[in-house]
Write a protein of this length. Structure first.
Length: 93
C-alpha cells in the first residue's frame, strides 16, 4: 500500500529529500519504522525520544492534513495514496 511522506525543515535535512513513497505501511508506527530503517540514526533521533520508541513531543505528524493526535496516534491506519507530513513545531505570531 504506497503512501507518500513529505518532510519539512530538519526532517528534510535528515533525509536529504522533500518526499518519499513508502510501499508497505499498515499504520503510522510501521511507517516510522520503515523510515528509520531507510534513513538511519539522523532521522530516528528526530522522530523518537532518546533511547525509546516514544515519539518526540516537539514534532507534528499529519495524515491527510489531520494530526495523528486527533486520530489514533501511531496506531492510525494507512491506506493507498495517503499523504503523511512530518515537521517540527511552528512558532511565531
Amino acid at each position: 500500500m504506497p503512501v507518500t511522506v513529505r518532510f519539512f525543515a530538519n526532517f528534510r535535512d535528515a533525509t536529504g529529500r522533500d518526499w518519499v513513497v513508502v510501499e508497505k505501511a499498515a499504520d503510522v508506527a510501521s511507517l516510522l519504522d520503515e523510515l528509520s530503517k531507510k534513513f538511519g540514526e539522523n532521522l530516528t533521533k528526530l522522530l523518537f525520544s532518546s533511547g525509546t520508541r516514544e515519539l518526540r513531543k516537539d514534532m507534528t505528524i499529519l495524515v491527510n492534513g489531520k494530526p495523528i493526535r486527533l486520530l489514533e496516534g501511531v496506531n492510525t491506519p494507512l491506506k493507498d495514496e495517503d499523504v503523511i507530513a512530518i515537521f517540527p513545531p511552528v512558532a511565531g505570531g
